[in-house]
Design a protein around this ligand. Structure first.
Ligand code: PLP
Length: 461
């Protein structure tokens, strides 16, 4: 059935409050018409006007298995016919949920023990904060509650996870961040290094700063450190050499839990099944979402390690039931979706594809962009990458924000049939294509991006 584009656009404009959309520009039509996305297959999506785009961002870094996977649709349908919903409160379960949880405990890095389910990365990080507090209350350390998060980290936009997020526009006019969240420096060598400082020295400095921060707050007041293995929305920035080793030594010294936010990096994106494996991270708690279902159904989880879980279980006699849960925790359709998606991830060895095709992708990005006069840095790992644009390479000077360089380049790419995201922190073009992307498709992505970058560069210089 053909869509009535005009009617759908009108209905949308009259009723949808769109995230990250200038509300007045949208209401007055200055933003233009909504884009109605209709279908998707492989790494491509199509809008209602018949325009095709390569989705160089896998939706929101989530459609890792690509669009149109009929086996996932069938698993969803099968479960919906069998049992569309039941809760998992008070020890109820479904076969799909038990199978998925057993699988995740075994798959996850480190000594993981239990899985608590939610619907989004934001709510899963909210759960992580509550787990940290619960854990420390139960083991008689009621003040050990502060959670340290990084500048430019992204952990969601609910009240606590939004507070963990280290970008001020997520806080403005929203009465965030909450005082329980404390900030430490971003792990970005390019912008953060001192003159003559090596990458390893920069990492060591970040660790010293963290150590000093914990000392200042008092180690008995600091419960956890939350971080993405690879900084994501803050600019797609892999950690500098030696960073995780140095940071983890500080956390261990002060008995501070490590929450690895693997919402983007989980299930293959960096070329390993988990970013923690790639970087030698030993988390106490792990957050997953996105790749868990490849976006085919909203599902997230807080994975709880042995150390935290044992305290929770031992404390049950004192506090009674674990009083935290959502109606949709452990949703059977979500679990069935995740099992079908993880079957594909394992069968097609998508982490290996992300490693191999990702290495080619990173090399192509460097070859085509690193020497351009408006490019400050090209960076990435596996199938996530970014190009950062600057006005002056030698002085590392940013473009005037009013020039909107990142947004213009992203639009130029879109006009040429490629979705690549203007990252919010600077003039950055971000890529995170599905993990099924082939080398030939990388060539398509890179050549469209190059044409887009050069067109805007010609306007600027
Ligand atoms: N954590 C990370 C690392 C993310 O990238 C995101 C979303 O992009 C979130 C958490 C929040 O997830 P959601 O948008 O599903 O709430």
């Amino acid at each position: 059935m053909a869509i009535n584009i005009k009617e759908i656009s009108e209905k949308d404009k009259n009723s949808v409050l769109h995230p990250f959309t200038h509300l007045k520009d949208f209401a007055t039509g200055k933003f233009g018409e909504p884009t109605i996305i209709e279908t998707g297959k492989g790494i491509r999506i199509q809008d209602a006007n018949g325009n095709q785009f390569i989705d160089g961002f896998a939706g929101m870094y989530c459609v890792n298995v690509g669009y149109g996977r009929t086996e996932v649709a069938e698993a969803i349908s099968r479960q919906a016919y069998r049992l569309a919903y039941y809760h998992c409160y008070a020890a109820h379960t479904t076969d799909e949920l038990a199978i998925l949880s057993d699988r995740l405990v075994k798959m996850a890095p480190g000594k993981m023990n239990k899985i608590f389910y939610g619907m989004s990365g934001s709510d899963a990080n909210e759960t992580q904060a509550k787990l940290v507090w619960y854990y420390n209350n139960l083991r008689g350390k009621p003040n050990k509650k502060k959670i340290i998060a990084r500048e430019r980290g992204y952990h969601g936009c609910s009240v606590l996870s939004g507070s963990m997020t280290g970008m001020s526009f997520y806080h403005d006019c929203m009465d965030l961040p909450l005082p329980q969240i404390v900030r430490t420096g971003a792990p970005h060598y390019y912008w953060g290094c001192n003159p003559e400082e090596t990458e390893r020295e920069f990492s060591a400095r970040r660790a010293v700063e963290l150590d000093q921060l914990i000392e200042r707050l008092g180690p008995d007041n600091v419960g956890a450190f939350i971080a993405e293995p690879v900084l994501g929305t803050g600019g797609i920035t892999p950690p500098p050499v030696g960073y995780w080793e140095a940071i983890q030594a500080v956390l261990k010294k002060h008995d501070v839990l490590l929450i690895a936010d693997e919402v983007i990096t989980g299930f293959g994106r960096t070329g390993s099944m988990f970013g923690s494996e790639r970087y030698g991270i030993e988390p106490d708690l792990i957050t997953i979402a996105k790749g868990l279902t490849s976006g085919y159904f909203p599902l997230s989880a807080a994975i709880v390690g042995d150390k935290v879980y044992k305290v929770l279980e031992d404390g049950a006699d004192k506090v009674g039931a674990f009083s935290h849960g959502y109606t949709y925790s452990g949703h059977p359709i979500g679990a069935a979706t995740a099992n079908a998606v993880l079957d594909i991830v394992e069968r097609e060895n998508l982490p290996a594809n992300a490693r191999e095709v990702g290495a080619y992708f990173q090399a192509q990005l460097k070859e085509k962009f690193a020497q351009l006069p408006i490019v400050g840095e090209v960076r990435g790992v596996g199938l996530m990458g970014a190009i950062e644009f600057v006005a002056d390479r030698d002085k590392k000077r940013r473009f005037d924000a009013s020039l909107k360089v990142g947004a213009r380049i992203s639009k130029a790419a879109r006009d040429r049939g490629l979705i690549a995201r203007p990252m919010p922190h600077g003039d950055i073009l971000g890529f995170a294509p599905p993990l099924v992307t082939t080398k030939a498709e990388v060539d398509d992505i890179v050549s469209i991006a190059e044409s887009a970058v050069r067109s805007v560069m010609d306007e600027l210089v």
